[in-house]
Design a protein around this ligand. Structure first.
Ligand code: ADP
Ligand code: MG
Length: 495
């Protein structure tokens, strides 16, 4: 569109629509020369627009200081709040205004933004604030962007998984979780259990932080230079930008669980799960219980086998036991089965082993485990590798310091920590050293996958897998798709 004289927010200006990759930019230069050239990035800064007479009203997102969002992000709790501002473009006539509206709308439509979303809200996630977050921070933005949605509150554990298993996905452009990572795991498992998993796993998943552990959301926002907040997560969904993430398949016999985030065994799992007993303490329960557990340190017998990623071959010893290949059954034989895991097999000579005792094993697919912990600083969303942190021996004061540094990722640099990337892993979890009647806990994406005898709630809970039997972990590179913010570097602020 050639530059045209219009009024922008009541001031005469020369405006033009510049079409570039990622949608385009509305630029204008005020005739009075008072302000520098201004622009709006349609992909990142425009929610929606409408015409009223000869005016086009554009719903834009700015931060409190009236600058564009580029790189500035929107912080939680008061720092910089999200500010919606209307930019009014006044043309000479109604047809001229309509031409502007159509041009801008066409640019926005070319971005592939979602039009219809299925939204799951876990009212019991985190501090039970997910519903309030949805009403106050998510809904207004979706409404402004003209996105249709169906919102469902989850009623019980595995409800989300059940809903997703039956959902008519032709009616939606994405599934959004307002929750922690646990609900995301349920959605992923629901999709992959379906017969049509190959099709439905392409559905973009959106994550809006509303739980205790929001590692995926934090990882995505941080990677794009955005501040961690429900509003920014919502905007990333509205913008429709997506990226691929690795999916891990955990297999024990014919039982399977799919994960996009993490697995912990030993100290980390014990702290995560057993600290539930101290929930009344609030947020400090994790730190309190971690220090208690370091003081009364447990070690676990067991073995970890792994196929190292290139560059990590020096870790461990060549495996002496034969590792059975992962049983991957073909999907077509019985007709009703879902995803069975990646079809990869490794030679026996590819496997290496580390013998216990262990203090902990912690694996991650993305860098952040929550908004305040970065267990795997080098993890990539879709490199096809699992990042692994192992601690076997460590003096207690050093261990306490190591744990304190998970908040900045420097824990992986401690000499007692082993940090490597693997293509596959087999965990053979054993009993506690000096307490052979007691086992441990395996925690996946914040939920218990298996627990041994003598552990928290053992016997009162129905976990998916048994403790003690080997669990194999394989990765399918970039199998799932998530909505992700457009990196801040892709637009330069100039409003
Ligand atoms: P958090 O990060 O706080 O743990 P999640 O979203 O990960 O939050 O949810 C934790 C667990 O809550 C999930 O396993 C989920 O199945 C379960 N859940 C979902 N809805 C409900 C509900 N209505 N009542 C109890 N638990 C629920
Ligand atoms: Mg990875």
């Amino acid at each position: 569109m050639a530059p045209e004289e219009v009024k922008v927010n009541g001031v005469w200006a020369e405006a033009e629509l510049e079409k570039v990759a990622m949608g385009g930019r509305l630029r204008w230069r005020e005739k009075n020369g008072k302000n520098a050239d201004r622009s709006l990035n349609l992909a990142r800064e425009v929610l929606g627009l409408r015409r009223e007479g000869n005016k086009v009203k554009i719903d834009a997102i700015l931060d409190k200081e009236d600058k564009v969002r580029c790189g500035s992000g929107v912080a939680r709790g008061g720092e910089k709040a999200l500010l919606r501002k209307e930019v009014v473009l006044e043309a000479a006539s109604e047809p001229a205004a309509e031409a502007w509206r159509e041009e801008i709308q066409a640019c926005i439509d070319s971005l592939g933004r979602p039009k219809r979303l299925f939204i799951l809200v876990n009212p019991f996630g985190g501090k039970r604030e997910a519903l309030r977050i949805f009403m106050n921070e998510v809904k207004p933005l979706l409404d402004a962007a003209g996105i249709y949605y169906l919102m469902k509150e989850t009623q019980y554990r595995l409800h989300a998984q059940e809903l997703v298993t039956k959902l008519d996905l032709k009616s939606y452009d994405g599934i959004v979780c307002v929750s922690g990572d646990g609900l995301l795991a349920e959605v992923l498992n629901g999709l992959l259990q379906r017969e049509d998993w190959q099709e439905v796993i392409k559905t973009p998943l959106g994550i809006i932080p509303g739980g205790t552990g929001n590692g995926m959301s934090k990882s995505l926002l941080e990677d794009a230079g955005e501040k961690f907040s429900a509003s920014n997560a919502t905007l990333s969904i509205i913008c429709g930008n997506t990226r691929k993430v690795d999916v891990s398949t955990l297999t024990q016999g014919d039982r399977k669980f799919f994960s996009v985030l993490m697995l912990a065994w030993g100290l980390i799992a014990d702290v995560d799960i057993e600290s539930e007993k101290y929930r009344w303490m609030g947020g400090i329960r994790i730190n309190f219980y971690a220090f208690l557990r370091v003081f009364r340190l447990r070690k676990y017998q067991g073995r970890v086998h792994f196929v190292p990623a290139p560059g990590y071959e020096s870790h461990g010893e060549p495996a002496t036991t034969k590792i059975e290949p992962c049983e991957v059954k073909t999907n077509d034989s019985e007709g009703t089965r879902g995803y069975q895991g990646p079809t990869i097999s490794f030679k026996s000579s590819d496997w290496r082993s580390i013998e216990g005792p262990f203090i902990f094993l912690w694996t991650h697919n993305v860098p952040w485990g929550s908004d305040v912990t970065i267990p795997a600083p080098d993890a990539k969303f879709s490199d096809g590798y699992i990042d692994v942190v192992i601690v076997k021996e460590c003096a207690k004061p050093t261990l306490a310091s190591l744990l304190a540094n998970v908040s900045n990722g420097s824990h992986v640099k401690y000499p007692c920590a082993m940090y490597l990337k693997v293509k596959a892993l087999q965990l053979e979890p054993g009993q506690r050293v000096n307490e052979p009647e007691k086992g441990g806990i395996i925690d996946v994406d914040g939920e218990v996958l298996a627990r041994g005898s003598g552990t928290y709630l053992n016997g009162k809970s129905t976990d998916l897998m048994d403790y003690g039997t080997p669990i194999k972990v394989t990765v399918d590179q970039g199998l799932a798709t998530v909505f992700a913010p457009i990196a801040a570097t892709e637009c330069k602020p100039s409003f």
